[in-house]
Design a protein around this ligand. Sequence first.
Ligand SMILES: [Zn+2]
Length: 180
Amino acid sequence: MNRLLKLLLAAVPAVLLVFWMLPANAGRTAEAKGEPSQPLPAHIAEAPPETDWKAQAPSYWTEHLSSEVVQVCRDGGTERPWSGDHNNTKAEGVFHCSSCGAALFLSDAKFDSGTGWPSFTRPVDNSAVDLHTDTSLGMVRTEVTCATCGAHLGHVFDDGPRPTGKRYCINSICLLHLGS
Ligand SMILES: [Zn+2]
């Protein structure tokens, strides 16, 4: 028993020393620290600041975006629920438009809606998105598009949590998480 006690007494300071020597943020992922979790696509990084994104021809988007992004974000489709990278992420920072790089939503406004799509209570700024009445599929919904490039993002509903009561239901594939 005494030998076990001695072993424990020797082991505890050693373990504490190892933890003390670890950097304070060891074990935290880049996402948890709010650092960029996705690279900025080249077509956004290399675009001149004065780029008129809404004037880009359909051929520009098919050249620079994947067919999956084009189908949802340029052609108004909907990704399968629970299929997107950003549905469950708790990453801190800013979610940007995957077409043009404009800042759209903050992680602070993200909540788990249980729908299978990333959901937010508000955009980063009301001017970041445009809202349109959408009567497709026999329903009256409010479509959300990127105010900078016109990308289809998703829809907004009035069944969200406080404080806004809004649920911005956004296709994950239309978002880039670039950190804070
Ligand atoms: Zn955009």
